[in-house]
Design a protein around this ligand. Structure first.
Ligand code: C2O
Ligand code: CU
Length: 504
């Protein structure tokens, strides 16, 4: 059986607990890298691209020779990719045919509050009756402000924002982590003419890479503590997985340790860490053991001002890094391994590229990538706030708190004025990737020192390392209404580490 003994220890684990799969795992770099299908709009009239997505159970062959039942957007994991143009609104009707209520959130989207996927703003499956509240791990439907829509729900995204790689995922209260784990995540790309004109690698030479970890039972099914009945009812489970759920299989675009054939030219790799709680520290290792440069051109919220070259790139849950790698110096037939320095054994590998042939390269990485990055100054800030992100007690159990409190949809936590610039100081006990909805921000400092090289550009998720504090600055503009900020370790989020952000 699955090794779950860690689940029964009494001492809470503040770092993620790894589930071990009960299936023989495939050898690395054999399965070809899939690229998620791009969804076709059902109509494009009136300057709006309209899409329909059905959320349904579907099984897929993830480990060769085994079927894995998943919760999917339109039958695939990752879900279909939405390709959007800046300033051209996208409208997506989601239909829920899953056995559980869902909530769709476009991560990094500049979205009005009614389409932002508040955690109690549910899309209910047909059969769902109120009163099934205990099903699937303690979800609550008691918030009087919950807007309950049945079966289908239309979400509108203005796409009035810098081009970047966004992603959509489930966001239901107390149940986000298992829902994402079961497959509810997809990519959403925003582009514009200015970015297209830069000459970065494109077409087949631009690849989205959604990295996740999972664990598999011997039936081929994914295993997750909160939705496995035998695990859920045992005491101590919550404590064991307080730090987060880790799997022993690394998937890229839903395939285990895949391989991709490339020309000996530049590629644009758009990394997203969509794992629940696993952090990676990525490096590209050539056949001679030398590390290739990771030339970062963009961050969570789009292009940097100028490229930043890394030898390794830490990536926390929900972060995106837009990176150009040049395979020109790799001999034909050579393999470049994307490794994870934070992993051990099999989790130390992510995927590989095999250089198949020489080819002409018309791409370039310009020295100036963008000139529209906001440059908010401290002196503009009307307020400085501080929030602690720490373990604590929640309803008599272990939980995760912001400013000493677990999430409560009925409470108002922070009210900011529309258009105000604020500095927030975020203080962490253990590793917490902190995400703000609606706005992009800049990182001003880390523990009183200057930001890290990978903090460049406009972020929507900042990876706070253990014991660290970070200052961020942003302007709360766009829309009035109720949004969120939270830890994007999905288990931390489900165990209370989320707060309301009201823009008034
Ligand atoms: Cu990616 Cu509030 O989430
Ligand atoms: Cu956290």
């Amino acid at each position: 059986g699955l090794s779950v003994s860690a689940a029964f220890s009494r001492r809470p684990a503040l770092t993620g607990a790894e589930l071990r799969s009960d299936l023989p795992l495939p050898s690395a770099f054999r399965v070809p890298l899939p690229v998620p299908p791009v969804l076709k709009p059902v109509s494009t009239s009136g300057g709006v691209d309209r899409y329909e997505i059905t959320q349904r159970v579907e099984s897929a062959e993830i480990l060769p020779g085994h079927r894995t039942p998943l919760w999917t957007y339109d039958g695939t994991f990752p879900g279909p990719t939405i390709e959007a143009r800046r300033g051209r609104p996208v409208s997506i009707t989601h239909r829920n045919e899953l056995p559980v209520p869902t909530v769709v959130h476009l991560h990094g989207g500049r979205t009005a509050p009614d389409s932002d996927g508040y955690p109690t703003d549910l899309v209910l499956p047909e059969e769902w009756q109120e009163g099934h509240g205990a099903h699937g791990g303690g979800h609550k439907m008691s918030d009087p402000r919950a807007v309950v829509t049945r079966v289908t729900r239309r979400y509108t995204f203005p796409m009035d924002q810098r081009p970047t790689l966004l992603w959509y995922h489930d966001h239901r209260m107390d149940f986000t982590a298992p829902a994402i784990w079961q497959g509810l995540a997809g990519l959403h790309v925003v582009r514009d003419d200015a970015e297209d004109a830069l000459g970065l690698p494109s077409g087949r030479r631009e690849l989205p890479l959604m990295i996740t970890d999972r664990a598999f039972a011997d039936s081929g099914a994914l295993v997750y503590p909160a939705i496995d009945r035998t695990l859920r009812t045992r005491p101590g489970v919550r404590g064991a997985y307080l730090g987060g759920v880790l799997g022993d299989v690394i998937l890229v675009n839903g395939a285990p340790w895949p391989v991709h054939e490339v020309d000996a030219v530049r590629y644009r790799l758009r990394f997203l860490n969509a794992s629940n709680s696993r952090h990676y520290d990525l490096e590209a290792i050539g056949p001679d053991g030398r590390r290739l440069d990771l030339v970062q051109v963009g961050s969570d919220q789009g292009l940097l001002a100028a490229p930043v070259t890394h030898r390794r790139l830490p990536i926390a849950p929900a972060e995106r890094y837009d990176v150009v790698v040049d395979f020109a110096d790799v001999p034909v037939g050579g393999m470049v391994r994307i490794a994870n320095r934070l992993g051990s054994g099999r989790t130390g590998d992510v995927m590989a590229f095999r250089v198949a042939r020489r080819a002409a390269d018309g791409s370039r990485v310009p020295r100036v990538l963008s000139t529209d990055l906001p440059t908010w100054r401290r002196s503009e800030a009307v307020r400085t706030r501080e929030f602690s992100f720490r373990a604590g007690r929640m309803h008599g159990d272990h939980g995760w708190l912001i400013g000493g409190l677990p999430f409560d949809p009925a409470r108002s936590d922070v009210k900011v004025g529309l258009g105000d610039v604020e500095v927030w100081r975020l203080v962490a006990d253990v590793h917490h990737p902190v995400h703000l909805h609606l706005v992009g921000f800049r990182v001003l400092s880390r523990s009183g020192r200057k930001p890290l090289p990978q903090d460049a550009g406009l972020k929507d998720t900042v990876s706070l390392r253990p014991g660290e504090s970070a200052e961020i600055i942003t302007r709360f503009d766009g829309y009035r209404g109720r949004y969120l900020f939270h830890c994007h370790n999905a288990e931390h989020e489900d165990m209370g580490m989320m707060a309301n952000l009201e823009i008034t």
